[in-house]
Design a binder for this molecule. Structure first.
Ligand code: ZN
Length: 318
């Protein structure tokens, strides 16, 4: 059932439920993090999706949010519950994640409304093979310029093909194109992205690091490819998840270009709708509301703690 598949985006409910107690989700037809999270928590706890969450996820109008400039070269072009990021350069752009169905059409409209030509997208990198990130690839391949490349890990290509062929929620899929390896840098137009294999959410999940500019400042940004523990098939996968989270934590602490901020795949996971609203009110000299290293580390610590609890449960089950 489609709604069960939507659950794959959830964070470990153990973590979430400690932050957002179970309650009616309280969605009011607006893109707000807290009720959206609360609705998902309720769904996972009870196995029944709150009616207002069901309505909200399927409501094209409610999902539509105005695309916006997050950094001088990074734009949000996704819908409310799933992100897509456009990283731009004068030589061409990179898109992170494809969305799905009519939301992919919304993504393309968002790119255009920001004043960009979708034909200038040179590369699409995908975080993993679930429908909400890979489901729109066939449409993108049709709509984007003929030479556009599509990239993900070998396992993610396999996941996407399997999910595309599933009975529960099939979607059109493209043939595998670029296969990314851990640590590989790939350039589309003038944008270079570094891929990290971060298995856990799925075993093919990749995360991406890239530079974003804010005036004279450049920050290393990171998109964590998958945070939920809802597609877990046993303790080894949870162990992989924990190792990936620890590795990402380390990338915020050391290396030639440590990570400074998280541009998430699901905005409600980091309060992105609320933080991005602050961009409009920002005055010269104000700190950038999305540069929140402490918040990113806190999120990683919470994910690790939740996964360690889940590991005990998985070890008892298997
Ligand atoms: Zn997923």
């Amino acid at each position: 059932m489609m709604l069960r598949r939507i659950a794959h985006v959830l964070f470990c409910w153990i973590v979430l439920s400690s932050i957002f107690p179970a309650q009616a989700s309280g969605l009011r037809g607006k893109c707000e993090s807290k009720p959206l999270l609360a609705g998902f928590v309720e769904f996972v706890k009870t196995g029944r999706m709150p009616a207002d969450l069901r309505k909200f996820l399927g409501d094209a109008q409610a999902q539509r949010i105005a695309p916006y400039k997050a950094f001088d070269n990074a734009y949000y072009v996704g819908v409310c519950w799933v992100s897509a990021w456009l990283i731009t350069s004068p030589q061409g752009h990179v898109l992170i994640d494809a969305l799905y169905g009519n939301f992919t059409r919304q993504l393309l409209a968002n790119v255009r409304s920001l004043g960009f030509d979708s034909k200038d997208i040179r590369l699409v990198v995908v975080t993993h093979g679930h429908f909400d990130h890979a489901g729109g690839l066939a449409l993108l391949k049709k709509e984007l310029a003929p030479g556009t490349r599509f990239a993900m890990t070998k396992e993610a290509w396999e996941e996407a093909a399997a999910n595309a062929a599933s009975e529960r929620r099939p979607f059109p899929m493209i043939e595998p194109d670029v296969v990314l390896a851990d640590g590989q840098e790939i350039t589309g137009g003038g944008v270079t992205i570094q891929a990290f294999e971060t298995p856990g959410h799925t075993m093919g999940t990749a995360s991406y690091a890239f530079d974003v500019r804010d005036g004279a400042k450049t920050y290393r940004a990171f998109t964590v490819g998958g945070l939920g523990l809802n597609a877990i098939k046993g303790p080894a996968q949870v162990e992989a998840f924990i190792a990936s989270v620890k590795r990402i934590r380390k990338l915020t602490e050391e290396g030639p270009r440590p990570i400074r901020l998280h541009l998430t795949t699901h905005g409600f996971s980091t309060g992105l709708p609320e933080a991005s609203a602050l961009l409009k009110q920002r005055k010269p000299g104000d700190p950038h509301p999305l540069v929140d290293l402490r918040g990113f580390r806190r999120q990683l610590d919470q994910l690790q703690a939740g996964a360690e609890e889940r590991l005990q449960i998985e070890r008892q089950k298997h």
